[in-house]
Design a protein around this ligand. Structure first.
Ligand code: SF4
Length: 331
C-alpha cells in the first residue's frame, strides 16, 4: 500500500458522521467525528511516541497501565500553563481579551486553592501564572489581532490503515485552529513552554512529527489547513529586566508540509502500529537501553527487573507507581 493510500483510506467498518462544531468557523465548517467498531485499536500521538522511544516503557505505561505516584514537576508546570492558555483561547472566540484574562485569573485562583500548603505546587502555580500573564498582556494582546481563532482543544479521531492492512484510529487534540487574517490561511497551533532559549531550531521544526500529524488529521477532516505553528513561551525569569523582552520570551515558528510528506508521515505511524500490534501478540517488549535511560521515570523498576529477571516487574512497581485511574482534570 502506498503512503497516499494510507492517508486516504477510511476502512469500511468505520462510519463517518458530520456534526456541527461547538465553535463557529468562518467560513462555516463542520467538524467530523466518527462512529467506530470498538474492536478497532485506537492510538494517540503520544502513545505512539512512547512506543517509538522504548517498547518496554510503552508496555509499563499503556499495556500494564502503571503510572508514577508523584508526577514530575516539569510535567505539572506544562499542564498548568496549558490549562491557563486553554481557558483563554476557548473563550476568545466568544468574548474580548479582558474578559478572557479575568477567566484565566479565576483559574489561577483555583490552582492556588488546589495547591494548598504544598510549596512545590505553589511555586509551579506562581511560575505559570507569571508566564501566562506576561504572554497574554505583553504579546498575545497585540499579536493575536492578526488571527481569527476558529477552534481550541480540537479533538480528532481519524481512521487509517497500516501498510499491512490493519485498521486503526489515530486520536488527539489540537491546541488551536486559527486563520491568519492577512492571508486567510488556516494553521494548527501547539503551545510549548520551554525552560530557556534557544527556540526550536529549523532542524527541530523540520523533523518534528507532532505538528504534521495534526495537519494531516485536520486535512482528513476536511479543514482547509495550510500549515502548523509552534507557539513558544520561554518560562525563564531573567535576572535583568532588560532581558525580559518580547524577542527573548515569545516566538511563533511556522512549518509547512507537502501532501506527499504528510502521507509519508502517516505511513510511518502505520508501520509503528503494525510493529506494536505484532509485539503485543507475541508478548515481546524490547528495552531501549541507553544513557538517556537515566532520565526515564521507569528507570528503577526497569533496572531491577533486568537484575532479577525471574521476578515479575510488578514487584518493583508497587512502591512508587500505581495503576492508572480514569482520566480527570488536574483541578
Ligand atoms: S529505563 Fe530505558 S529501557 Fe527502561 S523503560 Fe525507560 S527508556 Fe526503556
Amino acid at each position: 500500500m502506498t503512503p497516499t493510500n494510507i492517508a486516504q483510506n477510511v476502512g469500511s467498518p468505520i462510519r463517518r458522521i458530520a456534526v456541527s462544531s461547538a465553535l463557529t468557523f468562518s467560513p462555516p465548517m463542520e467538524s467530523v467525528t466518527t462512529v467506530t467498531d470498538s474492536s478497532i485499536p485506537k492510538f494517540s500521538y503520544s502513545q505512539l511516541q512512547t512506543w517509538d522511544r522504548c517498547h518496554f516503557s510503552w508496555y509499563l505505561n499503556y499495556h500494564e497501565q502503571w503510572t508514577p505516584v508523584e508526577t514530575k514537576s516539569y510535567f505539572v508546570e506544562g499542564n498548568v500553563g496549558h490549562d491557563l492558555l486553554m481557558i483563554y483561547y476557548k473563550n476568545i472566540v466568544m468574548t474580548d481579551h479582558d474578559s478572557c484574562v479575568r477567566l484565566v485569573k479565576q483559574k489561577v485562583a483555583q490552582f492556588h486553592a488546589a495547591a494548598g500548603q504544598d510549596p512545590d505546587k505553589l511555586k509551579i502555580v506562581a511560575t505559570m501564572a507569571r508566564v501566562v500573564k506576561g504572554y497574554l498582556e505583553d504579546f498575545a494582546r497585540h499579536e493575536d489581532q492578526k488571527w481569527e481563532f476558529l477552534d481550541a482543544e480540537k479533538e480528532f479521531e481519524i481512521p487509517l490503515k497500516t501498510p499491512k492492512g490493519r485498521e486503526f484510529l489515530l486520536e488527539g487534540r489540537i491546541d488551536i485552529v486559527a486563520k491568519e487574517r492577512a492571508t486567510n490561511r488556516v494553521w494548527a497551533w501547539d503551545h510549548k513552554f520551554i525552560g530557556k532559549k534557544p527556540w526550536w531550531s529549523e532542524a527541530q521544526l523540520l523533523m518534528d512529527s507532532q505538528m504534521p500529524t495534526y495537519v494531516a488529521a485536520l486535512q482528513s477532516m476536511g479543514v482547509p489547513i495550510f500549515g502548523a505553528l509552534v507557539n513558544q513561551c520561554n518560562k525563564y525569569q531573567y535576572a535583568k529586566t532588560q532581558d525580559m523582552v518580547e524577542e527573548n520570551l515569545y516566538k511563533r515558528s511556522p512549518i509547512y508540509h507537502t501532501n506527499d510528506e504528510l502521507a509519508a508521515r502517516l505511513n510511518n505511524f502505520g508501520m509503528m502500529v503494525d510493529e506494536l500490534l505484532e509485539c503485543n501478540e507475541q508478548g515481546i517488549f524490547r528495552r531501549s537501553l541507553k544513557r538517556d535511560c537515566s532520565d526515564c521515570f521507569w528507570q528503577d523498576p526497569c533496572l531491577m527487573s533486568l537484575k532479577v529477571p525471574d521476578a515479575p516487574v510488578s514487584d518493583f512497581l508497587q512502591v512508587n507507581f500505581t495503576k492508572k485511574a480514569p482520566k480527570r482534570a488536574l483541578i
